[in-house]
Design a protein around this ligand. Sequence first.
Ligand code: CO8
Length: 301
Amino acid sequence: MAARAATHDACAENVTLLALVGHVPTHHVQGLSLCGGNVTKSAQFVSELVVVERDEPIAVVLLNRPQQLNALSDELMEQLVAALQELDEDEAVRCIVLGGSERAFAAGADIAELAAATPISMYKDRRIDRWDTIRNLRTPLVAAVSGYCLGGGCELAMACDLIVASETARFGQPEINLGVLPGAGGTQRLTRAVGKAMAMDMILTGRMITAEEARELGLVARVVVKEAWLREAKRLARKIAAKGPVSVRLAKESIDKAFEASLSVGLEFERRAFYLARASEDATEGLTAFLEKRKPDFKGR
Ligand code: CO8
């Protein structure tokens, strides 16, 4: 409840665009700011299926296939991964927001493509392997989810570091209704996020859960009023981006280890990450700034 109340306050404090998300042809998007604020400060590029805007120190990447509810076609995934990789290599970008449209984050893999694929074509094209690139990004990734977040879409949101959801968001792994099962991490990440009982319930029945249920289960970090889904994700991204990038990246890696390693291996990893962070100029700056009662100026070194 407290989280919801705080979010209503945040809504009141800031009114930026939402209308354009996912409903505007790409040629109209050129020249507008997705991040609000000063257009001249931001740079953007628009590929056919993915819209990217940098508003340093954050960047916003929006899936742009609204007629198909952002179904994750091969071409869209190729453009998405290329855009994320480029941003990840840019030191000036310290946090990335990944969103869809108000109606859908993504309704899953493209079912027509899936129907046309063969096991051998999927194996040879290594399409799902591409998802590992997203998992291995060093820059923190905040999923901004509004509307449907299903199948591969839910898997994509879970591959991000945390999820901000609109109260309208619906999460599900409905692959079972198509005679298949999650194939890009759903059985593993959902189970780690919500536990075996709920993962079985959702994956074996294909049912959708609400944003509030997802938050209670630990799948979602914050639920916000429907107008605020993108704005709140950007606000959160800016908060993360204001921290020391070295310690943020090391903390993200350490948390990921909690899902992949034993406790003793994870603790050892964390300890070494801590020593490494302490060796950074940012740590010296952060500790000194506290003692000098001033704000730290992190440089990412
Ligand atoms: N793929 C392709 N097109 C889709 C998809 C999809 N996943 N979802 C929706 N669309 C299309 C519809 O065909 C429709 O197109 P058209 O207007 O040309 O008929 C348009 O989007 C709008 O959809 P609806 O008319 O169905 O809209 P509704 O509001 O009535 O329903 C739903 C919305 C409930 C989201 C419904 O569209 C639906 O059930 N979609 C399918 C959801 C689903 O089953 N997802 C799982 C797909 S399988 C998967 O994700 C496996 C992942 C494996 C690994 C990932 C590899 C990339």
